[in-house]
Design a protein around this ligand. Structure first.
Ligand code: 2KA
Ligand code: SF4
Ligand code: MG
Length: 251
């Protein structure tokens, strides 16, 4: 499996509090997968996909000097068996697979989860996904919680690649799925309401989250976003880990 790293050769596996969404505050072990099929301009983990030789645009680009990452230095290949052993030796049984987009590697992921649950049925598996890829097979069967984060126009991705109506309908119908939508401006809210209603997402399973990589950015958006959640019956989520640790790898 291809994982992101905290430093060259060291897979990004870390113990932290879930910072976002329905299980915010819960102690969890995170595993960060490399590679993404989307390329959000504000992505806080661009080191999982914005590699040298690509032409993706990102907010961290300097004029005329795009910020690109070295694919070899930023990734590490780990076997399913090795990763299973690493997770089994932890005392925490809540595992969060994130990325990047972990469902790009869902075949291996399904086998991994099968090994974990065969060893200890107490493993509880969350996945952070961008909602553009439908889970299948073992992954679809064994993941306990899907944290689905469909992207709005301000992500910079074309609508055709970020919004897959059949995939969003699949998640809307599955009670294991909850939705976490990143909002930057009050003008995004109309797009949120349209996405929620056209996809059939129950508002009680929708979380709105401010975009921001610093506590100041988050705070500047929280008041009006909280009010919008109250009006529409959505849930609000902060980004706890940004307040605790800042925008750093392995937290
Ligand atoms: N603490 C913590 N919580 C998180 N929830 C989702 C995360 C992600 O990067 O997907 C994340 C993360 O990177 N750290
Ligand atoms: S979908 Fe997530 S990981 Fe992929 S580019 Fe967007 S924010 Fe980053
Ligand atoms: Mg993150």
């Amino acid at each position: 499996m291809r994982l992101a790293v905290t430093e060259p050769g060291v897979p990004e596996i870390f113990h932290s509090l879930q910072g976002e969404g329905i299980s915010a505050g819960k102690p969890s072990v995170f595993v960060r997968f490399s590679q993404c099929n989307l390329h959000c301009v504000w992505c806080d983990t661009a080191y999982t996909w914005n590699f040298q030789g690509t032409e993706f645009i990102h907010r961290d680009d300097a004029p005329g000097a795009p910020r690109k990452f070295d694919r070899a230095a930023e990734t590490v290949d780990v076997s399913v068996e090795t990763l299973a052993a690493r997770l089994i030796e932890q005392s925490c049984r809540r595992i969060i697979f994130t990325g990047g987009e972990p469902l790009l590697q869902q075949r291996d992921l399904g086998v991994l989860i099968q090994q974990l649950k065969a060893t200890d049925p107490d493993f509880y598996i969350e996945i952070e996904t961008n909602g553009s890829i439908k889970p299948a097979g073992l992954a679809a069967e064994l993941i306990d919680q899907f944290n689905v984060s469909p992207k709005l126009a301000h992500s910079g991705n074309a609508a055709a690649i970020r919004l897959k109506p059949d995939v969003l309908a699949f998640y809307a119908a599955d009670p294991r799925a909850n939705f976490k939508i990143v909002v930057a401006e009050p003008s995004d809210l109309e797009e949120v309401h349209e996405l929620v209603s056209s996809s059939g997402m129950p508002p009680a399973r929708v979380w709105l989250m401010p975009e921001g990589r610093t506590p100041q950015e988050l705070r500047s958006r929280e008041r009006w976003l909280a009010e919008a959640c109250l009006r529409a019956g959505y849930n609000f989520t902060d980004r706890l880990h940004i307040h605790l640790y800042g925008d750093t790898r392995g937290t």
